[in-house]
Write a protein that binds this ligand. Structure first.
Ligand code: ADP
Ligand code: ZN
Ligand code: ZN
Length: 750
């Protein structure tokens, strides 16, 4: 027997299968999907690899084939459908097979489970009491302590660790009692389950209470459920304004899928995966859910993986990597807030979770639901073209109404001599809400105390030595690079000209917090940004505090915008809408519209009507106008026109070819060789296919140097995705002369 193996080294020219012999001692106990150790290369270096297939015919002369050495310790076997998903991803998104295989395995190795041990009585109560008396008489004080405690907890038994720690009883004593048949020890697998606070609160509020769906919601859930019952595994987009009750629709559909004995993957952007979401799911489904997030330890993640694999959980809730949960009978994948950028992976393979989910749903016979208040242009376009079934929820569920939106023109504020960062309207409304004891959220699209640091005398800007970006001043007196994490002390004078007039510019969350306290001294202010949420729990803690009305105002970055549902919030202020409007990204208008709509959606989720103040220098921009009017469709039409005109996605597809290396000179030479090569490959396309391909670049990235790596990129645009895949495939055979140069791909970058 021979095995085809993908070796665990991600280099393009080793990106193929290698054949090895399955030795006697391993035959019958390994197969496709197993991770093994193999000798590789001239020196027979021991490396790891994945078996992706078995065969009984040698592909090269028998004597050249080496033996597999052993199974990897802690091996987690991949099943066939995940292997083929990995190969599809390699092809569709451009990566090595090794990177693709690693991506579809959410955990890397077996991590030993914690075991819960319980000490239980092995005798009837009177006999146990007799044993305790006997121990007392003989002055066996440890045995006496244990048995007396066990008598008081006769039915439930005692936790093993509690007995050894609190009662100070030696394991040997316990063993002796077990041996003479007085007690018995029961072990059960303890899964480490994250989300303790959410679950505790859910239990307190009661499990199993369901909301009665309104007519709009019922129409959507009925339609999807009836498809599922008749075996149609459709794709659906639920476009529902914030607060329209999409989550309740998901819950209803999930309920049906679970009833059929199938499993569900519920994807939520990490940032919105809060205790509130977990609480809602737990209240509905109790122990049946399991939660994944990136803050979990490897052990916690492994447990959730195991629960899914063993069928001990039917619903997995998590961010994008949860799409690879190894369920055997997948019935449904839901992608909530499907427009979120975090659904695109920034590591090779740079997959789009939407596409992977659609692929899994198709091949495994599951349904796919996308949901958003501001669908991505891609999804809405697919719905308009009939590739996805569209549902619209146009009213807020329950009693809540859409908030009134005020647009404050900051140019006018300055004319009126208002130099504060709060417009007059915003100040007036904040004061009003504080007086009514309602809550306020203020949103700013930036973090840190202030922006970049520059010299007022010569204009010199303090930059990161590893990246072509300016450092950002933080309140602790440090300058930080937001790209690589580099940190240094704030400078006292300009390193160029020695001038002492060197200062930080801009407004960040900390600054807003300070200004708020100056303006409204009695207000209780909470701040949430990357700096205050570094610890595992602090994110949930801040939200939970705000939810319990321990603060009046929450100031934050985009983190506070996503999917939270605070009933007492009746005012949302967006301090500067323009921040994201004029970046060079072709999606910047879409991102701005999204941010404004989502932020506005936080206001007035309860019974009181909410208000939103959007502060901007560009009140006439279509993204601002449409967001203020809660008008997705007119935004979509305007933006789609722009995308068509410019051949941007979703009208056309883009392949970004990234060429990077550590040496600027030799990289430049390499780029000069690759450029004509790309043109040649474009020219090879079959005549008469009619698909145009346009090439832009290669040229230097806007941030040319990042993490000590220099970067070029070329953009190829085509209306035909397959043609771009062909060009990618041809380019992977290109071998750079400089071994330090890497070529990577990104389809439809975000
Ligand atoms: P979305 O996911 O669209 O933002 P949610 O499902 O979070 O909306 O619902 C918003 C709020 O309305 C929640 O507090 C939810 O409990 C409530 N809600 C949803 N559906 C109903 C309903 N049919 N009746 C009463 N309240 C509802
Ligand atoms: Zn200077
Ligand atoms: Zn840096």
């Amino acid at each position: 027997m021979y095995a085809d193996i993908i070796i665990d080294i991600s280099v393009e020219n080793l990106d193929r299968t290698y054949q090895y012999r399955v030795p006697e001692h391993l035959s019958g106990c390994i197969g496709a999907g197993d991770r093994v150790i193999i000798p590789f290369g001239k020196g027979d270096r021991k490396i790891k690899g994945y078996i992706v297939g078995l065969s009984d015919a040698p592909k090269i002369p028998e004597e050249k084939i080496k033996d597999i050495e052993s199974l990897c310790p802690g091996n987690i076997s991949l099943d066939d459908k995940m292997i083929s998903l990995a190969f599809w991803m390699k092809e569709h998104f451009g990566s090595t097979a090794n990177d693709a295989l690693k991506t579809v395995i959410p955990v890397k190795r077996v991590i030993k489970n914690k075991v819960n041990r319980t000490i239980l009585p092995a005798l009837p109560l009177p006999a146990l009491m007799g044993a305790a008396e006997k121990a007392e008489k003989r002055h066996w004080s440890a045995k006496e302590r244990l048995l007396k405690e066990l008598i008081t907890e006769y039915d439930s038994g005692l936790n093993y660790e509690l007995v050894t720690d609190k009662l100070n009883i030696l394991p040997a004593t316990i063993k002796a009692l077990e041996k003479d048949g007085t007690i018995k020890i029961e072990s059960s697998l303890a899964y480490r389950n994250y989300a303790g606070a959410a679950i505790a609160d859910a239990l307190e509020e009661g499990i199993g209470k369901n909301v009665e769906l309104n007519k709009e919601q019922r129409a959507v859930s009925d339609s999807i459920i009836s498809d599922i019952r008749s075996g149609i595994n459709g794709k659906y987009l639920i476009h529902g304004i914030t607060g329209s009750g999409k989550t309740e629709v998901y819950l209803a559909v999930i309920d049906e899928v679970i009833r059929q004995g199938k499993s569900v993957i519920m994807l939520i952007p990490e940032i919105a995966l809060t205790y509130q979401t977990v609480k809602r799911f737990y209240k509905r489904f109790g122990e049946g859910i399991s939660v994944l997030n990136s803050r979990m330890s490897a052990g916690e993640r492994y447990d959730q993986y195991l629960r899914a694999k063993n069928g001990d959980t039917k619903i997995v809730i998590g961010p994008r990597s949860a799409v690879f949960t190894p369920f055997d009978n997948l019935g449904l994948i839901i992608i909530d807030e499907e427009h979120e950028g975090s659904y695109k992976s920034e590591n090779s393979p740079r997959y789009n979770t939407r596409d992977v989910a659609a692929r899994r749903a198709e091949t495994e016979g599951a349904a796919l639901i996308l949901g958003s208040a501001t669908p991505s242009l891609e999804s809405y376009c697919a719905a308009c073209a009939g590739r996805i079934k569209l549902f619209e929820l146009e009213k807020r569920a329950g009693e809540a109404e859409l908030p009134t939106v005020y647009v404050a023109d900051l140019k006018e504020e300055l004319k009126a001599k208002n130099r504060s960062i709060f417009s007059r309207k915003l100040k007036e409304l904040i004061a009003d809400r504080l007086q009514k004891q309602e809550q306020v959220m203020l949103f700013i699209n930036r973090r840190g105390h202030s922006g970049f640091v520059n010299c007022r005398s010569c204009g010199h800007v303090i930059k990161c030595p590893h990246c072509d970006v300016s450092l950002t001043y933080h309140n602790n007196g440090k300058l930080v690079c937001h790209y690589c994490g580099f940190e240094r002390d704030m400078v006292k004078c300009c390193p160029e000209c020695g001038s002492p007039y060197i200062k930080a510019f801009g407004t960040g969350t900390q600054k807003v917090e300070e200004l708020l306290k100056a303006e409204f001294p009695t207000a209780r202010v909470l701040r949430m940004d990357h700096d205050t949420t570094k610890q595992k729990e602090s994110y949930d803690e801040i939200l939970s505090k705000f939810s319990d009305h321990e603060a009046d105002i929450l100031v934050g970055t985009q983190m506070i915008v996503k999917g939270h549902d605070f009933h007492r919030v009746t005012l949302v202020g967006i301090l500067l809408a323009d921040m994201s409007l004029y970046s060079e990204d072709f999606r910047s208008a879409e991102k701005t519209f999204e941010l404004l709509s989502q932020a506005a959606g936080r206001a007035g989720r309860g019974n009181a009507k909410g208000a939103v103040v959007i502060q901007t220098y560009n009140p006439e921009h279509y993204a601002v106008v449409a967001a203020a009017a809660h008008d997705y469709k007119s935004f979509y039409n305007e933006e789609m026109g722009f995308r068509r005109l410019m051949n941007y996605p979703p009208s056309w597809n883009i392949l970004k070819v990234m060429i990077s290396g550590g040496d600027a000179e030799s990289l430049k030479r390499e780029v000069n060789r690759i450029a004509p090569c790309i043109k040649g490959i474009i020219g090879e396309r079959k005549p008469g296919t009619g698909h145009a391909v346009k090439l832009f670049g290669p040229s230097e990235e806007k941030i040319f140097k990042l993490n000590d790596t220099y970067r070029y990129s070329a953009y190829l645009k085509s209306d035909d995705y397959a043609e771009l895949v062909r060009i990618k495939d041809r380019l992977t055979t290109y071998t750079p002369e400089d071994k330090g140069v890497a070529i990577q791909f990104d389809f439809n970058p975000v």
